[in-house]
Write a protein that binds this ligand. Structure first.
Ligand code: 5GP
Length: 182
């Protein structure tokens, strides 16, 4: 691969513009602030795709928040789910007695979230809720509840606002898609 191939990237189309993401995010944060009132939240960022959503969301929370990070990988560089979930970095803190708010970028098959929920339940938290920016209802294979949902989308592969394709596009401020599949 020449260095120009490495840096040549296809331009995605806008699916959800930045302003719509930020509006919806404020609504979700408001709901979370009301629901938790003075209950401390342990917000868990599912790496890597949700890091930008997580950073924007927690800055709009006015309840006491601590942050932790869980690294999972399920896709490698492919754009279809392998169904396999691997924990690449575990949570640093004990979860017992904590009110967990899992922050995901996107629930596609739901297998990743189902795996994470099962794993966390064994650690005896006081409660677990899920906040996801996106959900693909047509792709769901596992039964999972998303308590705070940004947007439902179709089954297209999306990038931007933290989400990648082969490591690229995470820095786009909007959620985008490609007209032709990779
Ligand atoms: P699931 O286990 O629900 O099929 O997939 C969950 C994870 O796969 C997400 O957290 C995300 O990292 C990745 N994923 C699923 N769909 C997409 C997509 O359309 N675009 C990108 N970039 N990642 C996706």
């Amino acid at each position: 691969m020449s260095s120009s191939d490495e840096f040549s990237v296809k331009q995605p189309k806008v699916l959800i513009p930045e302003v719509k993401i930020q509006q919806r995010l404020s609504e979700l944060a408001q709901e979370i602030n009301v629901d938790y009132a003075n209950k401390p939240i342990m917000a868990i960022c599912i790496l890597r795709g949700s890091f930008i959503f997580f950073a924007d969301l927690i800055r709009q929370l006015d309840v006491p928040v601590t942050c932790d990070f869980l690294g999972v990988s399920s896709y490698g560089n492919r754009s279809v789910t392998s169904g396999e979930v691997k924990v690449t970095m575990d949570i640093a803190e004990p979860l017992e007695g904590k009110h967990l708010l899992i922050v995901e970028d996107i629930v596609d098959s739901g297998l990743t979230l189902a795996y994470i929920l099962n794993m966390f339940k064994t650690r005896r938290p006081a409660s677990i809720k899920v906040c996801s920016l996106l959900l693909k209802p047509e792709s769901l294979k596992a039964t999972v509840d998303v308590d705070y949902l940004g947007f439902k989308i179709g089954s297209e592969f999306v990038v931007g606002y933290g989400m990648d394709y082969a490591g690229k596009y995470r820095n786009l401020p909007f959620v985008g898609y490609f007209e032709h599949d990779h």
